[in-house]
Design a protein around this ligand. Structure first.
Ligand SMILES: *Cc1c(COP(=O)(O)O)cnc(C)c1O
Length: 435
């Protein structure tokens, strides 16, 4: 017998989502253990200069299986230092996907470098490996890759291109702490990785960031750039294995090369140590919940899961800023905005789109940071890599090809089923929303 379909809520029918959400979307999960750790910092009478950040750094790099790590006040500064460490300077170029949060690459401008934006792949929302190689020129120093919304970039292809041209790879892991690419953790493939640990992210501890690398030289350069108190050999604050050995850098001991102070707040370090203990288990539950949601929607027209193929060994980490791929052509051309409007009526808070394409922003066309009478994007370089409308169509088009989906933190099948039913209902009755 054919099931009788209920009318769309937007057209006066009953809502799909009726169960209370409870703490389904609450993040990060803060317990008495986090509270105690932060209070211990406050009560110690020393809110700076204790070893707590170094302990967090050590635990973090051990978890990732990396040799070196540095805590930062935010992800933006960690990425900035990583770029400088990789040799990005005036007149150089960095390749970065256009569709990402601005902090992935904007500090390249403050180093006097230009950003050569690449397009993204429409299914992964990560940098399209086929749009990288032709952008490499004599001044290209680094490729910045972003594991967008937790989806691991195609690191095999990216590393092959980078090694061939001797260009450094920086991984922006802000969305994907703990995610796997073919069984190995993201952030361990490139020359260096940097990430945000901000409150809104998957690994969330307030305002903080982290750099990890296996490259001693890059580590030392990051230290010298913004962790001045660790640069000197004489420092008792440093463990022997983390001391700066570069003679070139030692001469700058005591004053940061970047004029930057990049230290992590100790209350964040304290919370980070507690969060790290539970993070792997918590993202496992997120993955179980999100995969369950997408399994329920398998085969629904117009919708495609944003996740790597099963059995690929790749995962979506903490599934930060969960997204779904929307294919209007399978729904008679129904605009994503209308689809989301119908979903909101069903009780799902969602909007279309992602971060906006950066290559169209004025900062990458006209901003003159150095008062040189010309845009910084062309002030020092040998060529103009600015790009206009239409140049990177996938990055420019995500407001019609990507929609938000709920970021479940708990595996609660009854509630998840209601959310999936809402997406299915709107997709199956798309025709009623046309015309
Ligand atoms: C949030 C974010 C950053 C910046 O991190 P902050 O901690 O906010 O400075 C960098 N890259 C990406 C992709 C991000 O989402």
């Amino acid at each position: 017998m054919k099931k009788i379909r209920s009318k769309l809520a937007l057209l006066g029918g009953p809502k799909s989502v009726t169960l209370p959400e409870g703490d389904m979307f609450r993040w990060p999960i803060v317990t008495a253990e986090d509270e105690k750790a932060v209070l211990d910092v406050l009560r110690a009478g020393a809110m700076s200069g204790t070893p707590i950040t170094k302990e967090f750094e050590r635990e973090f790099r051990t978890w990732m299986g990396m040799k070196y790590s540095l805590g930062y006040c935010n992800g933006t500064s960690a990425l900035h230092a990583a770029m400088w460490a990789c040799g990005v300077g005036a007149g150089d170029e960095v390749i970065c996907p256009s569709m990402t949060y601005w902090a992935s690459c904007t500090s390249a401008l403050s180093l006097g470098a230009a950003v050569n934006f690449a397009d993204i792949d429409p299914d992964t929302l990560c940098i399209d490996p086929a749009d990288i190689e032709h952008r490499i020129g004599p001044k290209t120093r680094a490729i910045m890759v972003v594991h967008y919304a937790g989806y691991p970039c195609d690191m095999d292809k990216i590393m092959r291109i980078a090694r061939k041209h001797k260009v450094k790879v920086i991984e922006d892991v802000s969305h994907a702490q703990g995610g796997l690419y073919k069984g190995r953790m993201v952030g361990t493939f490139g020359d260096i990785a940097a990430m945000s640990l901000m409150a809104g992210k998957s690994f969330a501890i307030g305002e903080a960031g982290m750099m990890v690398t296996n490259n001693r030289d890059l580590y030392e350069r990051c230290v010298a750039y913004g962790h001045y108190e660790r640069t000197g050999l004489a420092s008792t604050y440093n463990k022997a294995d983390q001391q700066i050995t570069s003679k070139e850098l030692q001469q700058f001991s005591g004053v940061p090369l970047g004029g930057a102070k990049h230290r992590m707040n100790q209350t964040c370090s304290a919370m980070g140590r507690v969060q790290l203990k539970y993070y792997p288990k918590r993202i496992k539950e997120i993955q179980k919940a999100m995969n369950y949601f997408w399994d329920l929607l398998e085969g629904v027209p117009g919708l495609k899961a944003h996740r790597p193929p099963k059995k690929s060994g790749s995962t979506m980490a903490g599934w930060y800023a969960a997204r779904g791929l929307y294919r209007a052509e399978e729904l008679g051309g129904l605009p994503a905005a209308k689809f989301c409007e119908a979903l909101r009526a069903e009780g799902v808070w969602t909007h279309p789109g992602t971060n906006s394409a950066l290559h169209l922003h004025n900062v990458f066309h006209t901003a003159d940071l150095f008062h040189m009478g010309k845009p910084t994007m062309i002030a020092f370089g040998q060529r103009d890599v600015r790009q206009g409308k239409g140049a990177l169509p996938v990055s420019e088009g995500t407001s019609s090809t990507v929609i938000g989906i709920p970021w479940f933190k708990k595996y609660r099948p009854a509630l998840i089923k209601q959310y999936a039913a809402a997406y299915r209902k709107v997709a199956e009755q798309a025709a009623a929303l046309m015309g």
